[in-house]
Design a protein around this ligand. Structure first.
Ligand SMILES: Cc1ncc(COP(=O)(O)O)c(C=O)c1O
Length: 378
């Protein structure tokens, strides 16, 4: 096969290191490793295979949809899988229950659907019901309203089917230090679950990555790390290295050519970059068709490995579908040199968090947007 023009190196040692970081932040807690959306764009099979050997007995994976869970089953058949969105309809419910999946019950209509499904299948005695009851504590996205618990909870408790029951909620603002809503959600979750009758035997789960690194009071029994596994920071305005996380994805491409653009000329679509002086402009073989963010403005850094050294060069002009352009002033680069768009290489790190800040987004989105044109190496 021909060499790709853009590629992503996936560092599975870094992935395992980051899982260990989650364990150090939340000692003794079960880990529910979140690998939805193709493991945040990193490749779900690679990620699941890398994490499985370092799972402890009660750890599990989480994905968003039943389809993702079925795909993951092929790779990680031994591991427990949680489906965060729960069933969409009775068919999905049947597959979740018969397949032994864990699933989130987040709405009254799902409870009603389960009730009538059980009613229609009275012979079912031995299936396990592994239900994570999601309670709305302030996110106002998925979650049973507190007022609905007075009948949903006793009904769930009355089901004599075996299986695990977990009480969970999800933070809306844990990525901002000391946000008043996160503090409120945390106390609200504690208040609700301690008042639920006969809930002592249920595990509790509130924290995703931001809660893991910043809200130790909210670790409870099971933590759900996602973004931190991939080495990016869960907290707004810091980089993953602040929490001793290592980048897992390193996105790379090559310098295609160097143009000597005259003073007064402009570069690229929209002529948005104006050369004040004669400027060497490097053209790099990656663009938004590969998933590099089009909104990254001039000034966003890339790293170039040239003449045995690492150099940082700023984007110059708009990102296009197949290419982007950088100002190579003072950099002795040549066509064919390797370029790092984010991640780590040659002993240097270019955090995806940093690129995300330039592009007005978050590392989550950068990772998820990588397209099939990029070759994955692991
Ligand atoms: C319910 C739930 N738990 C955990 C996570 C993981 O979050 P993070 O990637 O911020 O760790 C997510 C991600 O969206 C989620 O929806």
């Amino acid at each position: 096969m021909r060499e790709p023009h853009s590629w992503a190196d996936i560092d599975t040692d870094a992935l395992r290191h980051n899982l260990q970081r989650a364990r150090i932040c939340a000692p003794g807690r079960r880990v529910c490793a979140v690998i939805k959306a193709n493991a945040y764009g990193h490749g779900v099979h690679t990620v699941a295979r890398a994490l499985q050997p370092v799972f402890l007995a009660d750890d599990l994976f989480a994905v968003a949809t039943l389809n993702e869970a079925l795909i993951l089953r092929h790779t990680a058949s031994r591991e427990t899988i949680l489906v965060l969105r729960g069933p969409l309809d009775a068919d999905e419910l049947a597959v979740l229950v018969h397949g032994g999946f864990h699933w989130v019950l987040h709405s009254r209509w799902q409870a009603e659907m389960l009730k009538s499904w059980l009613h229609k299948h009275p012979a079912i005695q031995q299936v396990s019901l592994n239900i994570w009851l999601k309670i709305n504590t302030g996110m106002n996205r998925l979650g049973v309203p507190v007022d609905d618990l007075h009948d949903i909870w006793p009904w769930l408790q009355s089901l004599k089917l075996p299986g695990e029951r977990v009480l969970m909620s999800h933070f809306a603002t844990a990525d901002e230090h000391d946000h008043v809503l996160a503090a409120h959600q945390q106390t609200e979750f504690d208040r609700i679950v301690t008042r639920l009758p006969d809930a002592a035997h249920c595990s509790r789960s509130l924290s995703a990555s931001a809660g893991i690194v910043s809200w130790p009071q909210a670790h409870h029994d099971i933590v759900r790390p996602g973004i931190m596994l991939y080495g990016a920071s869960p907290m707004a305005d810091t980089d993953g290295s602040h929490y001793n996380l290592k980048p897992v994805m390193s996105l790379k491409a090559r310098l295609l050519t160097i143009n000597h653009v005259k003073a007064g000329d402009t570069v690229g679509y929209g002529a948005t970059y104006y050369c004040q002086q004669d400027t060497p402009i490097g053209v790099i073989g990656i663009g938004y068709g590969d998933g590099y963010p089009r909104h990254a403005p001039s000034g966003t850094p890339v790293m170039i490995y040239a003449q045995g050294k690492v150099w940082e060069a700023p984007l110059a002009g708009r990102v296009s579908m197949d290419m982007l352009t950088v100002d190579l002033t003072g950099i002795p680069a040549n066509p064919g040199d390797e370029v790092l768009l984010w991640g780590q290489a040659w002993g240097s790190v270019l955090p995806a968090d940093r690129i995300a800040r330039y592009a007005g987004t978050i590392a989550y989105e950068l990772f998820c947007q990588i397209t099939s044109r990029v070759r994955f190496n692991s």
